[in-house]
Design a protein around this ligand. Structure first.
Ligand code: ATP
Length: 246
C-alpha cells in the first residue's frame, strides 16, 4: 500500500497542507499522510476558508510523487475515493460537482485541494488535501449551513472518523495504484459528475473577467470542462481558474 505508508496524526495544526509540504520538502516518502483533529487555517481553492470544528471531521493531506502526466488524475482519484468511502461506510450515494467537490443532495460533503511543486519538466511532489464532513452539523455554522452536508446528517447516526479515514485511504490507494499503472480515471470520474448538460455560470475568482452563462457540454481527458457559451461559442474551463454555479 503506497497511500498511508506513514501517518502523522496531529491534535492541532495551522494547516495539514502546510505540514505535509514541509515533510515533502525534507524528503518524506510517497504516501505520507498528515491527519489533524483540528486545523486553525484550513483552506480551499483560491485561499477560501475551509471550516471544520475540532474533532468532527476528517482533514488530511497526502504526499504523492507523480509524473507530470499523472497530475490531472489526482483530483479524480481523491473525489472517487471520498465518494466510494462514503458509500462503503454509510450506504449513501454522492455525486461529484466539477471540479473538486463531492456532494450529497447538492450539498458539499467533501472538498479537495491539490497543490504541487514542479521543477523543470518534473513534479517534485503533489499534495492531495481532503476535507470530509463526517459528523459536522451544518446548521450550527451560518457560513455553510445551506451549502454543506455530512455523513451524520444524511445517515442520522454518529459515524466513526477512524473507520472512515481508513476506508478513505484504502480507496485512495486503489485509485493511485491505477494511475501508476497508466490507467485513466476520467470516464469513471465523469460518470459521477452531476452537471453535464446543465445550465451553469462560471466565474473567474481573483480576476476582473466577467462571469459566463453557459451549458456544461463535455469533459476532456485532463478533467477540464468544455462549455457551450450562450453566444454559441465553446470555452474550456480548467479547475485552477474557475468557480461554477448551477
Ligand atoms: P465552489 O465549488 O463553490 O467554487 P470550491 O470548490 O472552490 O467552491 P473549496 O475550495 O472546495 O471551494 O472550499 C472552500 C469553500 O467551501 C468555502 O468558500 C466555503 O463556502 C465552503 N466550505 C468551507 N468549509 C466547508 C465545510 N466544512 N463543508 C462544506 N463546505 C465548506
Amino acid at each position: 500500500m503506497i497511500i498511508g505508508s506513514r501517518i502523522h496524526f496531529l491534535r492541532q495544526t495551522v494547516s495539514t497542507m502546510d505540514e505535509c509540504r514541509s515533510l515533502a520538502r525534507t524528503g518524506s516518502i510517497e504516501g505520507t499522510v498528515v491527519l489533524a483533529n483540528f486545523q486553525c487555517a484550513g483552506r480551499g481553492r483560491f485561499q477560501r476558508i475551509w471550516l471544520s470544528p475540532s474533532g468532527e471531521n476528517i482533514q488530511a493531506s497526502i504526499l504523492v510523487r507523480p509524473k507530470i502526466t499523472e497530475l490531472p488524475y489526482l483530483n479524480m482519484a481523491a473525489a472517487l475515493a471520498a465518494s466510494n468511502a462514503a458509500t462503503e461506510i454509510t450506504g449513501l450515494h454522492s455525486a461529484i460537482k466539477w471540479p473538486n467537490d463531492v456532494e450529497l443532495a447538492g450539498k458539499k460533503l467533501c472538498g479537495i485541494l491539490i497543490e504541487s511543486e514542479i521543477s523543470g519538466a518534473g513534479v517534485d511532489f503533489a499534495i492531495i488535501g481532503i476535507g470530509l464532513n463526517v459528523n459536522l452539523e451544518p446548521e450550527r455554522h451560518k457560513e455553510i449551513k445551506n451549502s454543506a452536508s455530512s455523513l451524520k446528517q444524511f445517515c442520522g447516526r454518529y459515524v466513526s472518523r477512524s473507520q472512515t479515514f481508513h476506508v478513505l485511504l484504502k480507496h485512495l490507494n486503489h485509485y493511485y495504484e491505477r494511475i501508476k499503472a497508466g490507467e485513466s480515471l476520467t470516464s469513471e470520474w465523469a460518470s459521477k459528475l452531476n452537471m453535464l448538460g446543465c445550465d451553469i455560470q462560471i466565474s473567474f475568482p481573483g480576476t476582473n473577467k466577467p462571469s459566463i452563462n453557459c451549458r456544461a457540454d463535455s469533459l476532456n481527458e485532463d478533467g477540464s470542462l468544455s462549455v457551450r457559451v450562450d453566444d454559441g461559442s465553446m470555452f474550456t474551463a480548467t479547475a485552477g481558474e474557475v468557480t461554477l454555479r448551477s
